[in-house]
Write a protein that binds this ligand. Structure first.
Ligand SMILES: NC(=O)c1ccc[n+]([C@@H]2O[C@H](COP(=O)([O-])OP(=O)(O)OC[C@H]3O[C@@H](n4cnc5c(N)ncnc54)[C@H](O)[C@@H]3O)[C@@H](O)[C@H]2O)c1
Ligand SMILES: [Zn+2]
Length: 530
C-alpha cells in the first residue's frame, strides 16, 4: 500500500504541504476534512454545531476508511483523526505516515484569525495549550516526523519527498510480549530509519555496526540521512563474514560504545548480514545489561531469518553461537535495494530458508512460491517484497508464541539437523548454509515419508521448489561417520537423543520427533547417497 498520510496539529500545514507534495510526486491529493464536509453537504463548523464533536468523529472515522481505500494518494488527515486507536491502525496499515510539527508559538501565529475551526475556541493559544501535548505523542509515532518551523510549504514538501521510501512499504508486526516492534519492508528506507532513531531519542551518538563490504555500498546514505535530521552517528566496522562473530570483535564494539559515550539510553544500529546482526545484537544485549538497537539486514538470509526474533550470538572455540542472548530490536528495516549488491550464490542459497518457512507453516505461500520462484530468482521487486514480507510474518508469528525457544520455535530448524551437520562435516565455510539446509530438508522430508508422517507428493513439491531456486544441484560429498558424529553434536539434541522437525504436509510441520536410527540411515543413503 502506497498512500502517504499527513498528520499533525491544526496549522501544521497538512493541506498546503500535502498539495505541493502530491504535485511534486504526480499523485492525487485528498483532504479528509474537505471530503467529510462534501459528504455531509455542510461545513465542519456546522457539523460540530449540529452533531457535536462525537458526531464529527464518527463521520471522520467513516471518511477515513473511504479515503484510505485509495492507493498512491497523498492524504491530509484531520488533526484529531489519528487519536482514535482504530483510526491510527488503519492509517498505518494503508500508508506511510508523515507527521508535520511546529512550535506552539508558530502554530498560534499561523492559526491567529482563522475561522471555521471549532476546536480553536475560545482562542488558538489556549486550544494549543490544552490539545497539543496529548496529540503530539501520537504524531511522534509517525514514520517520518518533519518540523516545519520557518520553512516554506514547498521546502517541507521537498524534504518529505527526499525522506520517503521509494515505493510502497509493508509493515509486519513482531508482537513479542514486552518487546513488540515492526519489521518494515521496502526500498530506500534511510529516512524512516533516521526518524525511528530520533524517536528512540538516544542520549549520545548512535553507533552503526557494519562490515567493510556492506559499509562501502550502503553506509553513506544511512549516515547522511541520520545526520540530515540533526542526530550524531558513528560507524564501527567489523570483519566481513563469520569472522565478525569473534570475542575480540565483540570487545572492539564495546570499546567503540565506550568511547562514543553510549549510555543506557543510547542506541545501536546493525547494518549487515546475519553475522553483523548477531555480534552487534549481542553487544546491544550486553552493553550496560542491554541497550536499544535496530536491525538493518542486508542479506536475504538476515531479512527473512536472523534479524527476526531477537536471537544474538558469537562463536567460541568450542563451537558456533555458544555465547548469546535473546534481545529484541526496537525495529527491523529491510531495505530491498541492499539486495541488489548481494552475490547470486548468497542470494540463491538463502531461498532455502524462504522455502523452509513456507513448508513448515503456510500452504498458500507454498503454492505462491510454486508460481513465483522464477521472478523471485530474478529479484523482481514486487515478488521479492512479497516473499520477504510473508517469510517475516511467519517467523514473527512463531517467535511471538515462543520467544525463548521452549517449544514451537524449533519448527524453524526444519532441515537444520542434517544441514548444520553437513556444514560441520564438510568443514565450516565449504558449504553455504542455505545449500546445506536444502539437503537437510530433503533428508527430513524423506524421513517424514518413511515414518508415515507425510505423503510422497509433498516431498516432490518441496524438491521441485528447491530445484527451481537453483538448489540441490550436486549432493555434498561428506563421510557418513563424520556426518553422524556432527549430528550428535547438534546442540538441539536433548540428553543425547536427536529430535527432528518433520513435515506433515506442504505448510505443516511437527517438532520434537524421535526417529529410529535405521530410518535416518535409510534417508541419508537415499538422499545423499552415503
Ligand atoms: N540470530 C539468528 O536467529 C540467526 C538465524 C540464522 C542465521 N544466523 C547467523 O547468520 C549468519 C549468516 O548470515 P549471512 O548469511 O547474512 O552472512 P554474512 O553476514 O556473513 O554475509 C555474507 C557476506 O555477504 C556480504 N554482504 C552482506 N550484505 C551484502 C550486500 N547487501 N551486498 C553485498 N555483500 C553483502 C558480507 O560482507 C559477507 O561477506 C551466521 O553466522 C548464522 O549463525 C543467525
Ligand atoms: Zn538457517
Amino acid at each position: 500500500v502506497n498512500n502517504i498520510v499527513l498528520v499533525g496539529f491544526m496549522g501544521s500545514g497538512k493541506t498546503t504541504v500535502g498539495e505541493r507534495l502530491a504535485e511534486r510526486m504526480g499523485r492525487r491529493f485528498i483532504d479528509l476534512d474537505q471530503e467529510i464536509a462534501r459528504d455531509a453537504g455542510r461545513s465542519i463548523a456546522e457539523i460540530f454545531a449540529q452533531e457535536g464533536e462525537t458526531g464529527f468523529r464518527e463521520r471522520e472515522t467513516r471518511g477515513l476508511e473511504q479515503v484510505l481505500k485509495e492507493d498512491g494518494a497523498v492524504i491530509a488527515a484531520g488533526g484529531g483523526a489519528p487519536l482514535r486507536d482504530s483510526n491510527w491502525r488503519d492509517i498505518r496499515e494503508r500508508g506511510c505516515v508523515v507527521a508535520l510539527t511546529a512550535e506552539p508559538a508558530e502554530l498560534a501565529r499561523r492559526l491567529n484569525g482563522s475561522h471555521g475551526r471549532p476546536l480553536l475556541r475560545p482562542d488558538p493559544r489556549s486550544a494549543i495549550g490544552s490539545l497539543l501535548p496529548s496529540r503530539m505523542s501520537r504524531y511522534l509515532e509517525a514514520d517520518l516526523v518533519v518540523p516545519t518551523d520557518g520553512k516554506a510549504p514547498a521546502q517541507v514538501a521537498a524534504e518529505i519527498e527526499s525522506q520517503l521510501p521509494a515505493a510502497s512499504i509493508e509493515r509486519i508486526p513482531v508482537a513479542v510480549p514486552g518487546a513488540a516492534h515492526d519489521a518494515v519492508v521496502g526500498t530506500r528506507l534511510s529516512g524512516l530509519v533516521a526518524s525511528h532513531l530520533r524517536r528512540l531519542n538516544p542520549s549520545g551518538p548512535a553507533l552503526i555496526v557494519s562490515d567493510a563490504v556492506v559499509a562501502a555500498s550502503h553506509a553513506a546514505a544511512l549516515t547522511d540521512a541520520i545526520e540530515a535530521i540533526g542526530l550524531a552517528v558513528r560507524l564501527h566496522l567489523v570483519p566481513a563474514g563469520e569472522a565478525a562473530k569473534e570475542l575480540a570483535v565483540l570487545a572492539g564494539i564495546y570499546d567503540s560504545l565506550g568511547s562514543a559515550g553510549v549510555d543506557r539510553d543510547g542506541a545501536l544500529l546493525a547494518l549487515g548480514g546475519g553475522t553483523v546482526g548477531d555480534v552487534a545484537g549481542f553487544a546491544a544485549a550486553t552493553w550496560l545489561r542491554g541497550i536499544r538497537y535496530v536491525q538493518m539486514p542486508t542479506t536475504l538470509l538476515a531479512m527473512v531469518d536472523s534479524s527476526i526474533g531477537g536471537k544474538t550470538a558469537i562463536n567460541l572455540a568450542a563451537g558456533k553461537n555458544l555465547a548469546g542472548a535473546v534481545h529484541q530490536p526496537t525495529a527491523v528495516f529491510c531495505d530491498l535495494n541492499y539486495l541488489a549488491t548481494l552475490p547470486d550464490d548468497d542470494y540463491q542459497a538463502s531461498l532455502a530458508e524462504v522455502i523452509k518457512t513456507a513448508l513448515i507453516a503456510d500452504a498458500a505461500f507454498v503454492a505462491w512460491l510454486a508460481t513465483n520462484l522464477p521472478p523471485l530468482l530474478r529479484r523482481e521487486p514486487g515478488v521479492l517484497r512479497d516473499a520477504v514480507s510473508r517469510s517475516i510474518a511467519i517467523k514473527a508469528d512463531i517467535v511471538t508464541r515462543d520467544p525463548q525457544e521452549r517449544g514451537e520455535r524449533a519448527l524453524l530448524n526444519y532441515g537444520h539437523t542434517v544441514g548444520h551437520a553437513l556444514e560441520r562435516a564438510a568443514g565450516f565455510g565449504a558449504l553455504r548454509h542455505g545449500v546445506a539446509v536444502a539437503w537437510g530438508m530433503e533428508v527430513a522430508a524423506r524421513i517424514s515419508v518413511l515414518t508415515g508422517a507425510c505423503a510422497p507428493e509433498v516431498v516432490a513439491r518441496q524438491s521441485s521448489l528447491l530445484r527451481a531456486a537453483g538448489l540441490l544441484t550436486a549432493a555434498p560429498s561428506v563421510d557418513r561417520a563424520d556426518l553422524l558424529r556432527a549430528m550428535r553434536h547438534d546442540k538441539k539434541s536433548r540428553s543425547g537423543q536427536l529430535r527432528w522437525v518433520l513435515l506433515r504436509d506442504a505448510g505443516r510441520a511437527v517438532y520434537g520427533q524421535q526417529v529410529e536410527p535405521a530410518v535416518v540411515d535409510a534417508a541419508l543413503s537415499e538422499v545423499l547417497g552415503i
